[in-house]
Write a protein that binds this ligand. Structure first.
Ligand code: KG4
Ligand code: ZN
Length: 362
């Protein structure tokens, strides 16, 4: 039976994510229960190039978006009659990649008379924490650390974020990827370094930590990347030292992330800290953050690794909060490649409101 579209409660949300190199779709119930979570990774496509090739990413999204969404709906036992709304990542990210997801979501929602909402990818990463068995109560401090972003923010509600700090240059994940390249470990670098570092000595080679202003919450990771590159250039033979270099580099990045995140939680007198984004799947970061938080009397919350890296369940969850947060306005969800636009429209689009405006890109 078709659900009444004027119903104010949006329980079942289809999420769509195509901001970078994962084509993902998921169905989440009441912002808590994952009914399906399909991620089609393009890693093998980009691997030979040592990084994401935007044009290839867009083309692969185009090829995969239909089967991925179909699988997500089938896995959830859902269809367009049971879905209450569609949430799609509209930024930040690669514009061509975003465009595929946003255009698909618009067409899908329009054809089925479903409401559509645009989700900020970074808000989505934070929302991944609500999918944990025991999510943190509000307020909490979130450290969001991914391939494109390193941000600290104070979260007072699902749609209430106070920005505390960010990287001034490279993101932590970007540093992992670039260092992996320097060490000839291939792409993507984070997971490889994480694994290799387990066989290395983190104390043998000490790389610099950039704390910037000790009392501030901004980060900088370009210096450490350069320090590793210089070390590799200066050393005659690194073959026997790669695991130690990886461990030393990882330790330096993790050290800064842990200290800044704990200080941010203390500055807000906050008992709860969430660690989200792709780098939050790093085993050493999870370990040291948990230990440091325990010492400081802070509860640390970290999503399971598959919800740290890009996925659509987090987008559906954020969409659920936006839909039910009572936001409704008219502009269409459009790709927005720029990072962390606090004012990114948290809008609900109904067929009537965006009819005639399809295809408009700001
Ligand atoms: O959140 P995400 O999947 O995509 C972005 O929004 O950027 O994060 C991807 C980043 C990549 O830089 C990747 O190298 C890093 O997260 N990453 C890791 C690990 N797994 C993924 N970094 C360190 N350790 C890991 N285990
Ligand atoms: Zn991401």
């Amino acid at each position: 039976m078709t659900k009444p579209r004027n119903s104010k409660q949006y329980n079942l949300v289809l999420g769509i994510e195509t901001s970078c190199d994962e084509t993902a779709a998921a169905v989440v119930s009441e912002g808590r229960a994952i009914l399906s979570n399909v991620v089609w990774s393009q890693v093998d496509i980009h691997h030979p190039y040592g990084g994401v090739v935007p044009e290839l990413a867009s083309r692969k999204h185009l090829e995969k978006i239909v089967p991925v969404v179909e699988t997500a709906l089938a896995d959830a036992g859902a269809d367009s009659n049971s879905i209450d709304g569609v949430a799609v990542t509209c930024g930040p990210g690669l514009v061509g990649a975003l465009l595929v997801g946003v255009s698909f979501a618009k067409a899908f929602a329009y054809a089925r008379d479903l409401p559509l909402i645009g989700v900020d990818h970074l808000h989505g990463h934070i929302a991944a924490i609500y999918l944990q068995p025991e999510p943190p109560p509000f307020p909490f401090v979130a450290l969001l650390t991914s391939g494109g972003h390193t941000n600290l923010c104070y979260v007072e509600g699902p749609m209430n974020f106070e920005h505390m700090g960010q990287t001034r240059d490279d993101a932590a994940g970007e540093a992992f990827d670039k260092v992996a390249k320097v060490l000839g470990l291939g792409y993507p670098g984070g997971q490889v370094i994480d694994k290799l570092a387990q066989q290395g000595d983190p104390e043998r080679i000490r790389f610099p930590r950039a704390f910037l202003d000790r009392t501030g919450f901004d980060f900088s990771f370009s210096g450490i990347k350069t320090a590793v590159a210089r070390y590799v250039m200066d050393e005659k033979e690194i073959a026997g030292k790669i695991a130690d270099i990886a461990a030393g580099f990882q330790e330096a990045v993790v050290d800064v992330l842990v200290q800044k995140a704990i200080s941010a939680a203390k500055a807000k007198a906050c008992q709860h800290l969430a660690l989200v984004g792709g780098v939050a799947s790093n085993s050493r970061l999870r370990e040291l953050m948990t230990e440091a938080a325990k010492r400081a009397g802070i509860n640390v919350h970290i999503p399971s690794p598959e919800l740290c890296t890009d996925n659509a369940a987090m987008i559906a969850t954020m969409g659920y909060h936006q839909f039910n947060g009572g936001k409704n306005a008219s502009p269409p969800a459009s790709p927005e490649p720029e990072p962390w636009r606090a004012g990114l429209d948290l809008d609900v689009y109904s067929k009537t409101s965006y009819s005639g405006r399809l295809g408009v890109v700001r």
